[in-house]
Design a protein around this ligand. Structure first.
Ligand code: ZN
Length: 101
């Protein structure tokens, strides 16, 4: 099986950056503000959060605009576990869910 990273398109960095720019470097779930071009910030609780782009259907090959959302690490985890629960993805498949900046 291919490594999960390989499922991302070659221009993923550009895609994710564009999504972040469109979101104005804010988490689209909790509105946590990131500095432009910075992928890490500290949330109001003093916790470091990474700015990521999530595939809402957890399929890194589905790069439709509606399937992508710029979110902080905390919201990313929440959305992934929500989706996992929803889809009843087996625990051993969790390694395929990746945090990628
Ligand atoms: Zn968030």
């Amino acid at each position: 099986m291919r490594h999960s990273k390989d499922q991302y398109p070659d221009n993923w960095n550009e895609i994710s950056k564009q999504i972040k720019q469109e979101a104005r470097w804010k988490c689209q779930e909790c509105n946590l503000q990131f500095l432009v071009e910075e992928n890490v910030t500290t949330d109001p609780n003093g916790k470091k959060q990474t700015y990521t782009v999530i595939h809402l259907d957890l399929n890194p090959q589905n790069n439709d605009r509606e399937n992508l959302k710029a979110v902080c690490g905390a919201c990313h985890c929440r959305l992934v576990s929500k989706e996992n629960k929803h889809r009843r993805i087996a625990a051993q498949n969790k390694d395929q869910i990746f945090l990628k900046i």
